[in-house]
Design a protein. Structure first.
Length: 233
């Protein structure tokens, strides 16, 4: 279960996250959005033996794996990481009309792995939505594509985590269309109110799932991320 994939996360979720769902993982830089998604995926896959695809557009796969190892987070054997550094190699397994259409490219990749692994392919992460938007020429048209992209992810019966930068007090704090289209929003944040920097996790919404809406402290332990009790105000 996902609610048991990070130590203490069952304090936040009373019932599990079940497919199909598209979930935004939001927060400012340094709030551990990538680490949170990676931990959820790799621990879940390690326990279930299912297959997951992690697409990172912000760094290379090697750099990503090194960063996760530094946090004592191991990679599951049934997890594939794509960083798009070699489109020619990936183009051998997918068929796209326009190699610069990254939404279509990702969709075809998912189709390929779903065909290869069938119902074993259950989890997908895109890191990040901002990076994807920056690769597209038409941001307005891009958002229209997201409606159909999210629908496709649900049609494949996937649990999808999508990282999205979100800094309080800036325009990125307004989720816009994405906030309405997704099934869930998990906020990762930084709290400085008591003079000490504390990371926290909070569920803003999660359809068909019972959860707390309080902030819970998030820390890095010897075995990766740990969710502690509610963050003190």
């Amino acid at each position: 279960m996902f609610r048991n994939s990070i130590q203490g996360l069952d304090k936040v979720f009373r019932t599990d996250i079940e497919a199909p769902k598209v979930v935004l993982i939001t927060g400012p830089p340094g709030s551990m959005k990538t680490s949170f998604c990676y931990s959820l995926m790799t621990n879940y896959l390690e326990k279930t033996g299912e297959f997951g695809l992690y697409v990172t557009l912000e760094e290379s796969a090697d750099s990503h794996i090194r960063n996760m190892k530094s946090l004592n987070i191991k990679m599951a054997e049934t997890m594939e990481i794509s960083d798009f550094t070699d489109l020619r190699e990936l183009d051998e397994i997918v068929d796209v009309d326009d190699p610069t259409d990254y939404v279509q490219f990702i969709t075809q990749m998912i189709h390929y792995y779903k065909k290869k692994h069938g119902d074993k392919f259950t989890v997908f992460t895109l890191d990040s939505l901002g990076a994807l938007y920056s690769l597209m020429d038409d941001a307005k048209g891009m958002r229209k594509k997201m409606f159909y992209f999210f629908k496709t992810l649900r049609d494949y019966n996937l649990i999808t985590f999508i990282v999205m930068e979100r800094v309080p007090g800036t325009p990125s704090d307004l989720l816009g269309n994405e906030g309405f289209l997704v099934d869930g929003i998990i906020e990762l944040g930084l709290d400085r109110t008591r003079g000490k920097l504390v990371r926290y996790v909070r569920v803003e919404k999660m359809r068909a799932t019972e959860h707390s809406m309080e902030r819970h402290t998030l820390e890095v332990g010897d075995k990766g991320l740990i969710v502690l009790g509610p963050t003190l105000a």
